[in-house]
Design a protein around this ligand. Structure first.
Ligand SMILES: [Zn+2]
Length: 406
């Protein structure tokens, strides 16, 4: 019995060792064997045996738990926590962010890296077992420019994804144009677009998109363009080709571009257009129940609640002495009468309350008390770029305009 157990233990120990040796043999290159031994010592040195362990923060994780997973005992974890606190508080860990633990050839912990966000990383390190030093570094990405170009056969969103664009970049591009395009009602089949964005790479691997630098969208005959520009004062914004900020008093649609799946089919099927003759002096947006509704502009909620005239759950916002907007048939209202709201703020969700045949958002815009078609309202341009930024802006404009020519 004892002998059998000993045999099992030996087999368990020997198998992994022999596999390791075999693997090592199999991977060594006989021709470069002699040389590689030398270079390995010279160039890589002890780091050959150094280890790197990556751990992602999961729900409910605290630093001590992650440290334990990395083989750091509670006492050392607490010690680290206290030492780093003045630079970064580990109480503020974010789910999905990564820790990298580095150990040297003697299995001593020498470095910890924590990805604080997309721009910064925390580095805690020590040399020769001395005191831990911590600092926050800006992450140094390699930037490549990517051009995405296409023609609409569904929504811009679907089309751009098919062209291999990063979803975040597509959304950024669309958001820079949603003061001039209503992505639910304006797109036509065959519309063309082109945009250019930064891709961030680290160690040769694509990580995420950076800024969309410029974009163009040809809607029927009308060309819409936006250009990213960082001002001399350090601020940044998107501007049109005349140097006016793209942001205007109102967003063109109360639903975010990403919730609008296919404008062509929706247009044919369901959307009730603005019409004085039909007495439908509003724009309807078909969307699934629960889609967030955004305030199209800054303002004050003047009414929020159940309507007695068929609007169901309804919110009305007064934007200034001239304009108001009304959002009807909501499944839920998130704001209260008297509350200030800002442009783009989610004020409720799409529903089918009141006189409604299916989930949609009924939007009315009134000017001096009279309902108007928001699509035809010409709004004043956004804020112009500062005079002292004009020359630099024009240089960028010339360059980018060529790059996004459709
Ligand atoms: Zn309607």
């Amino acid at each position: 019995m004892n002998r059998k157990r000993l045999y099992i233990i030996l087999v368990v120990l020997i198998i992994p060792i022999s596999v390791f040796i075999l693997k090592d043999e199999a991977y060594s290159d006989p021709i470069n064997k002699a040389n590689s031994k030398v270079t390995a010592v010279k160039e890589k040195g002890p780091e050959n045996k150094a280890r790197e362990l990556r751990i992602k923060v999961e729900e409910g994780d605290v630093f001590s738990v992650i440290a334990l997973r990395a083989g750091i005992d509670e006492k050392q974890a607490l010690d680290l926590y206290e030492k780093v606190k003045s630079v970064y508080d580990f109480a503020d860990l974010k789910i999905g962010h990564e820790f990298i633990f580095n150990r040297d050839e003697n299995d001593n912990l020498v470095k910890i890296i924590y990805n604080i966000d997309d721009e910064r990383e925390l580095i805690i390190s020590r040399e020769n077992n001395e005191n831990w030093q911590s600092r926050i570094n800006a992450i140094d990405y390699e930037i490549r420019e990517k051009v995405v170009e296409g023609q609409l056969d569904g929504s811009l969103y679907e089309s751009a994804l098919k062209q291999g664009a990063d979803e975040k970049a597509v959304i950024q591009f669309a958001e820079s144009l949603e003061y001039s395009i209503d992505f639910a009602n304006d797109p036509r089949e065959g519309d063309r677009y082109k945009f250019i964005y930064e891709e961030r790479y680290r160690d040769g691997k694509y990580v995420m998109p950076g800024r969309v630098l410029a974009g163009a969208y040809l809607n029927g005959e009308k060309l819409h363009q936006s250009f990213y520009y960082k001002t001399s004062a350090g601020g940044y914004d998107y501007y049109d080709e005349n140097g006016n900020a793209v942001q205007k008093k109102f967003l063109r649609a109360p639903l975010s571009f990403k919730y609008i799946s296919s404008p062509f089919t929706l247009g044919k099927r369901y959307v009730d257009k603005f019409g004085l003759a039909t007495k439908h002096q509003a724009v309807d947006y078909v969307a699934s129940a629960g889609t967030p509704i955004r305030a199209v502009g800054d303002g004050v909620v003047v009414s929020a609640g159940w309507s007695t005239v068929g609007y169901g759950n309804m919110t009305k916002i007064k934007h200034d002495g001239v304009y108001s907007t009304l959002y009807a048939h909501q499944s839920k209202i998130l704001v209260k009468k008297g509350e200030r709201v800002s442009q783009g703020q989610v004020i409720g969700y799409v529903g089918s309350t009141g006189f409604s045949t299916g989930p949609h958002l009924h939007l009315e815009m009134s000017k001096n008390g009279v309902n108007i078609n928001p699509a035809q309202e010409i709004l004043p341009p956004g804020k112009p770029i500062n005079a002292n930024d004009r020359d630099n802006f024009n240089k960028m404009l010339q360059n980018m305009k060529n790059k996004i020519k459709i």
